[in-house]
Design a protein around this ligand. Sequence first.
Ligand SMILES: *Cc1c(COP(=O)(O)O)cnc(C)c1O
Length: 367
Amino acid sequence: MTDYRLRLPGPTSVPERVREAMARPILSHRGPEFTAILRRTEELLQPVMGTRNRIFFFASSGTGMMEASLVNILAPGERVLVATHGAFGERFAEIARALGATVDPLDIPWGCGVDPGEVRRRLSAAEYRAVVVVHNESSTGVAADLAGIGAAVRETPALLVVDSVSGLGGMEMRQDEWGIDILVSASQKCLMCPPGLGVVSMSEKAWSVVQRTGGLPRYYWDFRKARTSAGKMETPFTTPVALVAALHEALGMIHEEGLPRVLARHRRLSALLQDGCAELGLAPFARIAGLSATVVCLCVPEGMDGKDIVRGMYQRHGTVIAGSRNKLAGKVIRIGTMGAITEGDIVTDLHYLKQTLQWLQETRDER
Ligand SMILES: *Cc1c(COP(=O)(O)O)cnc(C)c1O
């Protein structure tokens, strides 16, 4: 599998160091050897999340953490404002509806960003339990102005719930400073680990809602249990110890490189890929400033189908990129610029993209 290049916006390729950390003997999840690793993992993750809150770890994909964030703060029928400017925002709205919330979508055209002024207007017009925003819309390549949104939400009783599954570790995150009440993420994107480990941290404002009586029923996801266990440096149920060992190693790598350097590398390499793609005639899907530094989402040229580009990249170059599985299917292609990527990866991506586009052009001309 040496010529297999995983270039998706998640899961991302896992560095050898991290894979080796996972191969070590499995430890008791309540023994001193493992709780030391868990403690250090939390300490290393706090600055990446920009928080001094405790961090809870769950065996879960990102979507599980999205559900966990809402099931812990809602009571039946409560109102939430959900920014729906991409597939993950829409998923968040679906989860909220499934939990019996009254969902007001903040309808924004896909490819555009969330306007903090609009959030402020909506918050003054109705009372909300929560404002729900995706930090980095992986379906469109747009990042949210969380500082601005946080400032709007902070003055109200509403909680700010943020999905940074595809941002955390690749884009700046300042949970405490920006006033994010619940921040969820997962292991398989910028954090350079395999899928399966979810992380969440909550503010004191969120905790006061989480622990009230009359909220939704919950068990596995219950943050009250997680908080009690965190007091003993444990998780309520069996911890995915190999994945925590992986995250411990990956965070060690981030801290060795230096978080500011890691974030600058994501910005630089993402700009490099965007510029190179523009030269190949692939324009960004979003027409705004505030593009993601971790996902490049590109419009497919007229007369071409994105699925053919994705297939060509895989079959001819062993390079796995993403298309789209929603209303943009066939119209966009997406490439991750997240995690353990180098300039060499981007140069290689561009080379293969150029060849794939030429090949598609030629086969079309022959027909
Ligand atoms: C990848 C991703 C998720 C998580 O999806 P899972 O498949 O459940 O891990 C959630 N939100 C965003 C923005 C993502 O990019």
